[in-house]
Ligand binder design. Structure first.
Ligand SMILES: *[C@@H]1O[C@H](CO)[C@@H](O)[C@H](O)[C@H]1NC(C)=O
Ligand SMILES: *[C@@H]1O[C@H](CO)[C@@H](O)[C@H](O)[C@H]1NC(C)=O
Ligand SMILES: *[C@@H]1O[C@H](CO)[C@@H](O)[C@H](O)[C@H]1NC(C)=O
Ligand SMILES: *[C@@H]1O[C@H](CO)[C@@H](O)[C@H](O)[C@H]1NC(C)=O
Length: 289
């Protein structure tokens, strides 16, 4: 990926974004236009006139795609239907990344399981190459029976992970107390389906059953409200009218109630409560630090 000009880290504040120097389109899309099948030698496919995309995995390789656009803040929605049946050992990723040497990244990963056993929805945030902010959840539905909507809101103040419109994680910008927050590197959307039988399912205890290959995950209804980064213009711009509520979006009292419900009933791992990992004290953004 081409690196962006070093003049870039001009701080973008919400006010500069709102003034209109950056114009924020809403667009619904077609997989042919918005994504490039970058990995898997024919295992990734765009179907139905650009409205459906599938990734598959067999013993020889997984597959993946990436967005043609780079974004600097966005709200992206995608509907995914995960690998059905015995998906143990498989991992479907869906994330934003700058892929720089000190990369920023916002991750959703879906760890497969035996038929009838729950997937794990894994989330993490990296800033300048530093992650270690994992939270994991069980879905409250079967993510393989139908398509479900997975969204990432990334604005200068927060990152919210949503599943079917329900927030599962709210990662706030806490730069005021010294916590890094991704906001200076434009990112692309990436998705891959690959094999990680060494660790994905119950820590690697359950291996992939290759007699069931190929494994397939499906995607539809991609939508992005975004600030599109253009390196040639050294700025973030587009040409349509402004709909920028997502840029200041945060959870209202209903959203906070939903978030509590998910965290109480479906959260299975939170780095902020993992004492073994942080014997000398939790990271500053954690409530117990
Ligand atoms: C799509 O990906 C392929 C393989 O990585 C690359 O060669 C090609 O230039 C990409 N096309 C676009 C339009 O980015
Ligand atoms: C296929 O998609 C294109 C562009 O999105 C659209 O103009 C065309 O009408 C579609 N064709 C069919 C058969 O749906
Ligand atoms: C996906 O969820 C988001 C809420 O995070 C919502 O704005 C959007 O309309 C949903 N899209 C679809 C196709 O359900
Ligand atoms: C798979 O199912 C087992 C048993 O219910 C559970 O402990 C585990 O968290 C599930 N998910 C993964 C990805 O291992």
């Amino acid at each position: 990926m081409a690196s962006f000009p070093s003049t870039f880290p001009v701080m973008l504040t919400i006010s500069t974004l709102l003034v209109g120097s950056f114009i924020l389109p809403t667009f619904a899309s077609n997989f042919y236009q918005d994504f490039n099948l970058t990995w898997g030698d024919g295992r990734a496919k765009i179907l139905n006139n650009g409205t459906l995309l599938t990734l598959s995995l067999d013993k020889a390789s997984g597959s993946g795609f990436e967005s043609n656009n780079q974004y600097l803040f966005a709200k992206i929605d995608m509907q995914l239907k995960l690998v059905p049946g015995n998906s143990a050992g498989t991992v479907t990723t869906y994330y934003l990344s700058s892929k720089e040497s000190k990369w920023d990244e916002i991750d959703f990963e879906f760890l497969g399981n035996l038929s009838g056993d729950p997937y794990i929805i894994h989330t993490n945030v990296y800033t300048q190459g530093k992650g270690n902010k994992e939270q994991q959840f069980y879905p409250w539905f079967d993510p393989t029976a139908d398509f479900h909507n997975y969204s990432i809101l990334w604005n200068p103040e927060r990152i919210i992970f949503y599943v079917d419109g329900t927030p599962i994680r709210d990662f706030e910008n806490r730069e005021s107390i010294g916590v890094l927050f991704p906001k200076n590197q434009p990112m692309r959307i990436y998705s891959t389906l690959w094999d990680a039988e060494d660790w994905a399912t119950r820590g690697g205890l359950v291996k992939t059953d290759w007699s069931l290959a190929p494994f397939t995950a499906s995607y539809r209804n991609f939508n992005a409200k975004a600030c599109i980064w253009s390196s040639s213009a050294s700025s973030c711009s587009s040409n349509s009218s402004i709909t920028n509520a997502w840029l200041t979006e945060k959870l209202d009292s209903h959203g906070l109630e939903r978030l509590k419900w998910v965290q109480k009933n479906y959260m299975i791992y939170n780095y902020c409560t993992d004492l073994k990992r942080f014997p000398k004290g939790f990271p500053p953004e954690c409530p117990m630090s």
